[in-house]
Write a protein that binds this ligand. Structure first.
Ligand SMILES: NC(=O)c1ccc[n+]([C@@H]2O[C@H](COP(=O)([O-])OP(=O)(O)OC[C@H]3O[C@@H](n4cnc5c(N)ncnc54)[C@H](O)[C@@H]3O)[C@@H](O)[C@H]2O)c1
Length: 332
């Protein structure tokens, strides 16, 4: 018997990530090839015409799994009965703007969209925040949607995770699918800590530690970390636009693994509400290694943290604590 459609909200759907993301969702990349979907797309009035153009293209693409499209600038209509919300819409930093000004714009967007989700989304709606500052936008969303369980509010660091897998696969000369268990700790920003201490590669049929295969600690603790941290800037330099297809693809990976589960023995990185694991301050949205089962994520426990990692994990936590304070100062 055919499954009931799942309603997926994409905010900022007329933007460049939105344009890459909605066809992936409509093709089953996010929720599987047998899961029908109804897409809810939200954008702001100046983008209404472009949003309607995206809707026309979705109709023209004749996706068999796509059972309906809501394209709107009304946040209530957009949020009504959605099961999954992918929050891509936000206010970008423009030249000459102070950090606080950008934060203030996004805090007010995420505060009002949180209220709409809380009131109108389906019970147990899962939320993924993509728009930057992703961790702190997710935290504000959590604060202003108190009836949505905190476990349901996450932010995207899977792109950084996938970037780390990609770099290791190129360095070792294996398929990316043979690399697993890298970790992104912390903020989706240049203070994030891409950590390969526990990562492995399948090589000649056996699982081997990335550290021993790469056998170049200087590179792993230096250039590798920098490349992953600054990959977003490198894409902007090359494309004159920020990453979109990889961001959209990793948003699908994030939701797919969360809903359908991570493979046995594999973890992924997700920005989730910290419970104090690994001495990360509780009450931040911080990227941890997680496994997922039955639609729930669990932080991987018991990984050994050396002194180098500790420092990097603390530095990115500190930045998030500062961002949190800045965001709260915008509320008053
Ligand atoms: N977490 C990550 O890994 C990651 C990766 C890449 C980009 N990003 C972030 O994702 C966001 C989107 O990137 P993009 O390249 O698609 O940007 P974009 O500017 O092309 O699109 C953003 C869209 O959001 C819309 N928007 C603005 N305010 C809105 C609101 N209040 N409600 C609904 N829609 C609104 C805009 O009209 C626009 O269509 C940015 O904040 C970017 O920094 C995050």
């Amino acid at each position: 018997m055919a499954k009931d459609p799942v309603r997926v909200l994409v905010t900022g759907a007329a933007g460049q990530i939105g344009y890459a993301l909605v066809p992936m969702i409509a093709r089953g990349v996010m929720l599987g090839p047998d899961q029908p979907v109804i897409l809810h797309m939200l954008d702001i009035p100046p983008a209404a015409e472009a949003l309607n153009g995206v809707k026309m293209e979705l109709v023209d693409a004749a996706f068999p799994l796509l059972k309906g499209v809501v394209a709107t600038t009304d946040v209530v209509e957009a949020c009504t009965n959605v099961n999954i919300a992918v929050m891509v819409g936000g206010f970008p930093r423009k030249e000459g703007m102070e950090r606080k000004d950008v934060m203030s714009k996004n805090v007010s967007i995420y505060k009002s969209q949180a209220s709409a989700l809380e009131k109108y989304a389906a019970a147990n709606c899962k939320v993924l925040v993509v728009a930057n500052p992703a961790n702190t936008n997710a935290l504000i969303l959590k604060e202003f949607a108190p009836s949505i369980p905190e476990k349901n509010i996450t932010c995207l660091t899977r792109l950084d995770h996938n970037r780390a897998l990609g770099q290791i696969s190129e360095r070792v000369g294996v398929q990316v699918s043979e690399v697993k268990n890298v970790i992104i700790w912390g903020n989706h920003s240049s203070t994030q800590y891409p950590d390969v201490s526990h990562a492995t590669v399948i090589s000649e049929g056996a699982e081997k530690a990335v550290k021993s295969l790469v056998s170049d600690d200087e590179w792993l603790k230096g250039e590798f970390i920098k490349i992953v941290q600054q990959r977003g800037a490198a894409i902007i330099k090359a494309r004159k636009l920020s990453s979109a297809l990889s961001a959209a693809s990793s948003a699908c990976d994030h939701i797919r693994d969360w809903v359908l589960g991570t493979p046995e023995g594999t973890w992924v990185s997700m920005g989730v509400y910290s419970d104090g694991s690994y001495n990360v301050p509780a009450g931040l949205i911080y990227s941890f290694p997680v496994t997922c089962r039955n639609g729930e994520w669990t932080i991987v426990q018991g990984l050994e943290i050396d002194e180098f990692s500790r420092k990097k994990m603390d530095a990115t936590a500190e930045e998030l604590t500062e961002e949190k304070a800045l965001a709260y100062s915008c509320l008053s």
